[in-house]
Design a protein around this ligand. Structure first.
Ligand code: FES
Length: 228
């Protein structure tokens, strides 16, 4: 995890984002942007606002890494396919609050993000806008990302566009222990960086050694996807 996020965001009156992850990935500092979004969350669904907020799609996801939950509502302009407004609520931690707050800004700014672009948002995009998160908190940014995809899918379902629904799908990789690619993804999000780390968590490939090349390929893929 040598690559460190340095992209500067456009948020005003805040100190420049700094590299908040130490070289060995053990840092626990938070950028000013993270703190600002945590203390002043944007587009948060306030108590009692649910009945008033008209929405076209809703996504609800939980994190197996920590048991927290996220709900995100989107209002879509049918003609332009842009997300005109959104709200969210979470039982997640401060990093999840900051990540989803900044994500909500990203999807409604400049007249709203197109659905196809919203589906392309990756956790790295959220981390870049936040000025980074400590490694052990990266999984918190995935909650908002997944809730957005679920909300867009819900919109496609409600509008009869079933062919456009994007499914994550999981595939069994270790046939002895029935371990899926999704389990490996979660292990990487929880901090595993190589085969040894993943095996410590899952015992994957121990009883099914033929699966090891695919497991290593998946670890590389998820490391690249979430940590760049
Ligand atoms: S969302 Fe659960 S620890 Fe951050």
């Amino acid at each position: 995890m040598k690559k460190i996020i340095k992209k500067v965001t456009k948020t005003k009156n805040l100190t420049k984002p700094v590299d908040i992850r130490s070289n060995d990935g053990s840092g626990w500092l938070y950028s000013d942007i993270v703190k600002d979004h945590f203390f002043n969350p944007r587009n948060f669904m306030k108590q009692g606002e649910e009945e008033k907020f008209k929405y076209d799609g809703m996504g609800r996801v939980g994190s197996p890494a920590c048991g927290d939950e996220m709900v995100l509502w989107i209002l879509v302009d049918e003609k332009s396919e842009k997300i005109k407004d959104c709200r969210w609520r979470t039982f997640g931690c401060g990093s999840a609050i900051a990540s989803t707050s900044v994500l909500s800004e990203m999807i409604v700014e400049k007249g709203g993000m197109k659905l196809e672009d919203a589906l392309k948002i990756k956790p790295q995009d959220i981390l870049a806008r936040l000025g980074g998160l400590p490694d052990r908190k990266v999984h918190c940014s995935v909650l908002g990302d997944k809730a957005l995809q679920a909300a867009v899918n819900d919109y496609f379902r409600k509008t009869g566009q079933h062919g456009r629904i994007v499914t994550a799908g999981s595939k069994i990789i270790d046939k002895v222990l029935n371990i899926t690619d999704h389990d490996i993804e979660e292990a990487v999000l929880e901090g595993a960086q190589n085969l040894e780390d993943v095996q410590k968590k899952l015992k994957v490939g121990v009883g099914d050694p033929e699966a090891i090349p695919e497991i290593e390929e998946l670890i590389r893929f998820y490391m690249e996807k979430y940590y760049g």
